[in-house]
Write a protein that binds this ligand. Structure first.
Ligand code: PLP
Length: 428
């Protein structure tokens, strides 16, 4: 059974009205920051964070890796902005205001990333397509990736194999050794290798790939390096510049708790001209003249943006970014990892349970994947999500047939204990 059928089988289609949580949720980031600074201890702090989300108190959400949840401040901003945009209808691409959104989001990529190096896109998938289409591959060009990528990367790569005759070479990620992965990639490099494109954190096992070492390898061998950071941006501190990354894509709707249909794309200033803008229109260009046949693109990430936009979504994304920044990215990372480690400790004590996430702790993330030797993964997931209101995700990808849980800001320590307890009862 695939993922969609799994959700359908659980009847997880909501038709409810928007439910605000007056008195608990804050509709502006300053009030939220003030409330957090008044927390008496860690437990109180994370409880206050949880109160900003509208899903019911008895629902435990362990699927940020799939789709993140959105706090009240984001919902309010999207709603307010949508209404304002209809009072005096506009096309939704106010350049100065968009630059402000990029300014807020740029620090997620690293301290010296410029707003002009960031593009606002619809999804991580769109960012991936912008990079691959823009590199104008020639037949025989080689791309190195892994067998644990999301379809968001696999499908565009396969399209390029079929249309442009590129060659894709993949490694099977070794979850026991980061060094082995770097070596496996090195062995695939040939004079035709143009690009290494892989996940920062894999969607399958939550493995943090050694991007610093791979970035160095790419720089030494003069190969372009692109990273799919859908599972990493907003979940961990990073600096794409010191990691040797040329291009980085992320979803806005997962770890940055922004609205669905938002994404972020980083293309370094130095490498911008290597990524030709292929889907373009109003706002992409500096000047154009059909009579003279001339076209000049914006000298910024704006060249990859085009046409009428729903800016409410990106103002919502900005609020999501501010929400994570009010907590602090270091604190978010420490919290999410603490919960993940507690979960791993508990899983390790359950007989016949296999942890598929890396054994090397620095390469584990807030996504943990496990399976049982005899109990079917679908049944475990159905039990937790359908019967116990603990939303987890199945991982049929790469033949893993496993269950994945993700921990983020709305999760609390007691939820990890409850989750482990349910798993123990079910498999025991
Ligand atoms: C590693 C990875 N890349 C890309 C995506 C797709 O993200 P989006 O829906 O923003 O395109 C996902 C979604 O789960 C993912 O896990």
């Amino acid at each position: 059974m695939n993922r969609n059928r799994f959700l359908q089988s659980l009847g997880m289609v909501s038709g409810g009205l928007l439910v605000a949580r007056p008195g608990l949720a804050y509709s502006n980031p300053e009030e939220f920051s003030k409330a957090l600074s008044g927390a008496v201890d860690d437990k109180d702090f994370w409880k206050k964070v949880r109160e900003q989300f509208i899903f019911p108190d008895d629902y435990m959400y362990f699927n940020t890796g799939g789709i993140g949840a959105v706090p009240q401040v984001v919902l309010d901003m999207v709603q307010k902005s949508n209404i304002e945009n209809e009072e005096y209808p506009k096309p939704g691409h106010d350049e100065a205001r968009w630059l402000q959104v990029k300014k807020t989001c740029a620090p997620f990529f690293g301290p010296t990333v410029l707003p002009e190096e960031v593009s606002l896109v619809s999804t991580a998938t769109e960012g991936i397509n912008i990079i691959l289409n823009g590199l104008m591959f020639k037949p025989g060009d080689e791309v190195i990736t892994t067998y644990h990528e999301h379809v968001a990367l696999n499908l565009p790569l396969l399209n390029h194999v079929n249309i442009h005759g590129i060659v894709v070479k993949s490694i099977e990620p070794d979850t026991q050794s980061a060094a082995a992965n770097v070596e496996a990639i090195r062995k695939l490099v040939t004079p035709r290798t143009r690009l290494i494109f892989l996940s920062h954190i894999t969607t399958t096992t939550g493995q943090v790939l050694p991007v610093a070492e791979i970035g160095k390898l790419a720089q030494d061998m003069k190969i372009l390096f692109a990273v799919d950071g859908a599972q990493a941006l907003g979940a961990m501190p990073m600096d794409v510049k010191s990691l040797g990354i040329d291009f980085y894509v992320a979803s806005g709707h997962k770890w940055i708790v922004g609205p669905k249909r938002t994404g972020l794309l980083y293309i370094s200033h130095e490498k911008r001209d290597l990524v030709h803008p292929m889907t373009i229109g109003a706002y992409s260009e500096m000047e154009n003249d059909l009579k003279k046949g001339s076209l000049k693109f914006r000298d910024s990430g704006q060249r990859y943006e085009y046409g009428t936009q729903n800016e409410a979504l990106f103002f919502g994304l900005e609020r999501g970014a501010q929400f994570i920044q009010a907590i602090g990215i270091e604190k978010v990372y420490a919290h999410d990892r603490l919960l993940a480690e507690k979960f791993c400790d508990g899983i390790a004590k359950i007989p016949d349970m296999e942890l598929l996430s890396p054994t090397e702790e620095p390469y584990r993330s807030a996504l943990i994947t496990f399976r049982h030797k005899t109990k079917d993964y679908m049944e475990i997931a159905n039990h937790l999500t359908g019967k116990k209101r603990m939303r987890v995700r199945v991982v049929p990808e790469a033949g893993l047939n496993a269950v994945r849980v993700s921990f983020h800001v709305y999760n609390q320590e007691f939820e990890v204990e409850r989750l482990l307890e349910e798993i123990r009862k079910y498999v025991g």
